[in-house]
Write a protein that binds this ligand. Structure first.
Ligand SMILES: Nc1ccn([C@@H]2O[C@H](COP(=O)(O)OP(=O)(O)OP(=O)(O)O)[C@@H](O)[C@H]2O)c(=O)n1
Ligand SMILES: C[C@](O)(CO)[C@H](O)COP(=O)(O)O
Length: 237
């Protein structure tokens, strides 16, 4: 079985409000992007990696040098991302076209999720259906629907609601076609599973750890540092 990592890293990190895109902020002595890429490589070293970058990215060369030092064997390709996350993922899949076979598995993982756990990835690889699957966790909090005045309109039934995480894993050709069709039809896609859903398919939900956080807001950085330190301690036990 052939695997690819696709890492969308072309976002600008608007919600982080930093002086650079969040994937280039420092996290426990490394850039966030380098931490995530090294984790992907460490957990599935046979998978080649393609990274979608912003056209005006000026931080990547330094990050690449950091990676070359930490993992000289890392097989990494880069391409230009697009306006939305789904455009960036599709651009990476288009770039892979001469290299990937239709049935190859593609694992799409956010650059902003540095804490992927080995057991979670193993579970995803084992439990994804032939359609594909994604790490996700059942909602843990009570969910409110808001009015325009930010008061509570109602409490939603959360029994069948899950929070989508990454990696999300699909066969190469199926994912590329689903993204192409859904984007051409103007669908709003915030993850890969949405594209398959748009085609009427039902990707498998595979339970994942809640601490596979996406660094989105300033307070998430300290939390991620703490989680990474804990994971390091666990791996030394
Ligand atoms: N046009 C885009 C937008 C997002 N991403 C990537 O998709 C992942 C998840 O997106 P998000 O956390 O929303 O990142 P940003 O878009 O950078 O953040 P914000 O929405 O706050 O601007 C990130 O790794 C981000 O770099 C991308 O490759 N291309
Ligand atoms: C793909 C994702 O990480 C799943 O939770 C998420 O949808 C991406 O978030 P964004 O902020 O919409 O880019």
């Amino acid at each position: 079985m052939n695997y690819w990592w696709v890492v969308p890293a072309a976002g600008i990190g608007q919600r982080m409000q930093a002086d650079r895109p969040k994937q280039y902020l420092e996290l426990a002595g490394r850039t966030l992007l380098a931490t995530t890429l090294l984790r992907c490589h460490q957990l599935l070293p046979q998978a080649r990696l393609v990274l979608a970058l912003h056209p005006d990215d000026r931080w990547w060369p330094a990050c690449r040098a950091e990676l070359e030092q930490a993992a000289p064997e890392l097989d990494l390709m880069t391409t230009q991302g697009g306006a939305e996350r789904a455009d960036s993922v599709l651009a990476a899949l288009d770039y892979l076209q001469p290299h990937a076979a239709a049935e190859d598995w593609v694992l799409v993982h956010d650059a902003a999720r540095p804490c992927l756990d080995a057991a979670d990835l193993k579970r995803l690889l084992q439990q994804a259906s032939p359609i594909g699957g994604l790490l996700a966790c059942p909602l843990a909090d009570t969910l409110k629907q808001a009015t325009a005045q930010q008061t509570v309109a109602r409490t939603l039934d959360r029994r069948h609601l899950w929070q989508a995480l990454t990696p999300q894993m699909f066969p190469y050709q199926a994912l590329r076609c689903a993204l192409q069709r859904a984007l051409a039809a103007g669908a709003t896609l915030t993850d890969e599973a949405s594209a398959l859903e748009w085609s009427g398919l039902e990707p498998q939900l595979v339970i994942g750890r809640r601490d596979n956080i996406k660094i989105t807001h300033p307070e998430d950085l300290a939390l991620a540092e703490f989680l990474l330190a804990q994971q390091k301690d666990r791996s030394c036990e």
